[in-house]
Design a protein around this ligand. Structure first.
Ligand SMILES: [Cu+2]
Length: 405
């Protein structure tokens, strides 16, 4: 039985660093997957995760007390091969307050033995065989499970199939989850935020970079704990979809894929034109709470000329001073097609507000109740803005790249 080093080690890391490391691991692993499986079965893979209870920033200026694996939400993306023996160790740090556990959806084992809760300061090691290929959830199963998942104790484990999937140009790994302030919100499945990879609108600030005609593969997991995801990429169609990531579950030509809480999927697609294409859960009440990201598509021929000279209206809603990403309507993202188009902010509230760019590129000044202000956008890009007197109010204008004339 050959033994290999773990793909992801057990050191606690800060969120940003963890993401970079995980993506780096993925980049290397992705190449191997693309060229097919050459592995003898029954390799042993060592994985060590450390539970850390900590406060993490989940939106600009908003931090929440969460429970983590290895210090990040979600926990690291784990990657093994079908047939591997997974030697897994869980450590619950001594300075944590609560007991925790870990449940691998990819395993067939006795729940009460393998997934038992360990107290702070304890370590648990067990082995299981990754018999089923796919995109699986791992999570804390300690009661109340609802709370431990809502607080961030989840991640994705990919079991690569023995017979590799078709080769692709780019791979991404996305985990949808919900964030709550209270147990009441959890019980009502009414989250404050719905996010990809633990942060509100994370991939608007950091778009995923692809090229025209790249075959793009997304490994997607919906960690829940309670809402369905309607995963959708705007401006393309999923050419191939493998439900739960199992090569035998192939579906073709889907617009949106339904992913239940704890479900996984692999989707392949491409983009025909350069531009910017959001990805969302098409359950738009959830998307408006932070589950929007962007693909930035470059190369290829320029798209057809967009309409010019249009005006887009954004309303500052009643009671906006107490709101966040829902203070502006539509929210939180408005896409403007082409440059030299105008956005008009109309103030429907009883207080004066502004729309002020985070990067300083525009500022409407105070818009009095019942009045409006206009900004014309001459440069493509993503413009995050807020209200100067009420910086909790936040919105985003996306100006799509203009074609060459
Ligand atoms: Cu837990």
């Amino acid at each position: 039985m050959a033994e290999r080093e773990p793909k992801v080690g057990g050191k606690g890391t800060r969120l940003a660093v963890a993401v970079v490391i995980v993506l780096a691991v993925i980049a290397v692993a992705g190449l191997r997957l693309s060229f097919g499986s050459t592995t003898a079965p029954m390799d042993k893979v060592y994985i060590h995760l450390v539970v850390e209870e900590k406060t993490i920033e989940v939106a600009p200026g908003v931090a929440m007390p969460l429970y983590t694996y290895n210090g990040s939400v979600p926990g690291p993306v784990l990657r093994v091969r079908q047939g591997d023996v997974v030697n897994f160790t869980l450590t619950n740090r001594a300075n944590n307050a609560l007991g925790h556990s870990l449940d691998f959806h990819a395993a067939k084992v006795a729940w009460n033995v393998y997934y038992r809760t360990i107290a702070p300061g304890q370590t648990l090691t067990f082995e299981w065989v990754a018999e089923y290929p796919g995109v699986f959830m791992y999570h804390c199963g300690t009661p109340p499970v609802l709370e431990h998942i809502a607080k961030g104790m989840y991640g994705m484990i990919v079991v690569e199939p023995r017979d590799a999937l078709p080769r692709v140009d780019k791979e991404f790994f996305l985990v949808q989850g919900e964030l709550y302030d209270t147990m009441d919100e959890m019980m009502n499945a009414a989250p404050r935020y719905v996010v990809f990879d633990g942060y509100v609108n994370k991939y608007i600030a950091e778009p995923l970079e692809v090229k025209v005609d790249d075959v793009v593969r997304v490994y997607f997991l919906n960690a829940g704990p309670s809402l369905w995801s309607a995963f959708h990429v705007i401006g393309t169609v999923f050419d191939r979809v493998w439900i739960d990531g199992n090569p035998r579950n192939l579906q073709l030509g889907l617009q949106t894929v339904s992913v239940p809480p704890s479900g996984g999927v692999i989707v392949d697609f491409d983009f025909a034109q350069a531009g910017q294409n959001p990805f969302v859960t098409h359950a738009f009440a959830d998307a408006s709470k932070g589950a929007v990201g962007l693909f930035n598509v470059t190369g290829g021929e320029a798209p057809p000329p967009p309409p010019v000279g249009t005006t887009t209206t954004v309303r500052i809603v009643s009671g906006a001073a107490g709101k966040t990403t829902d203070a502006y309507d539509p929210n939180p993202v408005v896409v403007v097609i082409g440059v030299n188009n105008t956005v008009v902010w109309v103030n429907d509230d009883t207080l004066a507000h502004t729309a002020t760019a985070v990067n300083g590129t525009f500022d409407t000044g105070l818009i009095q109740p019942g009045r409006s202000a206009t900004v014309t956008f001459s440069t493509p890009g993503v413009y995050e803005y807020y209200c100067l007197p009420h910086p909790n109010m936040r919105g985003t204008i996306i100006v799509q790249a203009a074609p060459a004339h």
